[in-house]
Design a protein around this ligand. Structure first.
Ligand SMILES: [Ca+2]
Ligand SMILES: [Ca+2]
Length: 83
């Protein structure tokens, strides 16, 4: 009888745990990069609140190959490093 209870307990953990972890990771990521548009040169370094935001938009829009927003003028792969 104890074996059945412990087996059910393990089963419960296996079912419940993935649900808990997916809940916590759902709303933590994707703020600026999701709204970053690569259609034309519409952003400058001043439009980003941090280097991380500028960098993620820069990478999303093709990095040094395109740099449509001209966020990396010295072409070293790091956008808006002066900020
Ligand atoms: Ca620009
Ligand atoms: Ca740079």
């Amino acid at each position: 009888m104890k074996k059945i209870i412990s087996a059910l307990f393990v089963l419960l953990i296996i079912i419940v745990l993935p649900g808990c972890t997916s809940n916590t990771s759902g709303n933590s990521s994707g703020n600026y990069s999701s709204s970053c548009s690569c259609s034309s040169n519409i952003y400058n370094c001043d439009d980003f609140s941090s280097h991380t935001e500028a960098q993620s938009c820069f990478v999303k829009c093709g990095g040094t190959r395109t740099d449509i927003h001209q966020l990396d003028r010295d072409n070293d792969g790091s956008a808006c490093e002066q900020n």
